[in-house]
Design a protein around this ligand. Sequence first.
Ligand code: CP
Length: 308
Amino acid sequence: MQKLSVRHLLGIKGLTENDIQLIFETADNFKSVINRPIKKVPSLRDITVANLFFENSTRTKLSFELAEKRLSADIINFAASSSSVSKGETLIDTVNNILAMKVDMVVMRHPYPGAAVFLSKHIQAQIINAGDGAHEHPTQALLDAYSIREKLGDVRGKKVVIVGDILHSRVALSNILCLQLLGAEVMVCGPTTLIPKYIHTLGVKVEHDLQKALNWCDVANMLRIQLERQDIRYFPSLREYSMMYGLNKEILDSLDKKIVVMHPGPINRGVEITSDVADSRQSIILDQVENGVAIRMAVLYLLAGGQN
Ligand code: CP
């Protein structure tokens, strides 16, 4: 059986193109499994997975839980808001207490960049990063690239623009690294204040005019403005942001080609994207969510060693 080159999934950084292709091929198989009347396989029987969410989540948490259940894993769930973290317990103490219960794998979302890497150096269990601050969100990037491959046949040679709050986005960095590994061209678009200064070191194009960016691309990935991570004002108002960088039907219909529209969620309808675009036939937002389960099944299965 083919194996990943990594023991943990801490980020797209560290993966090879072969790893990603292997994840996609494995996800193809699991996608057909979850469309069968009997959606469960015994691949992770006797494996215990802890889902540790130190930050809120809807899609990622539910998607990992469902993926684990479809693979017959035993699951324990932890939400920081209802735990002893509020009494001052450290990350290492919290995780070591959970691992004392004989956990094999940890899926962790944490507000601090590097939290998953830190944990991987201190505990024996395998770690999957479900988003660490503004750093990486590898399974989101994998499901995004997988959805592009499904919609357009291949990722190689495709032009993808990521629009919005690049500065505070873990989705942006993971998407850039993943898409480039797979041979796509990547552009970022947004106000200067929301584009990090180091962006050129990543080899992406930068465009501040949304219309020009959309004319260039095959795929537009619209990001949410992450107000919860913004310590200062980066633009005058949401209304102004929406006028400059919001994707609406009028702009979409003015393009001379039918681009694919993506969004990692949660959506702020009427800010970065209008409802008629989010719900249009050009949007693959719900395909992304559906593919998230197959991608996470593939990651869990491959990291666990692929045993049946
Ligand atoms: N896309 C994403 O990570 O969504 P959640 O924050 O709801 O998990």
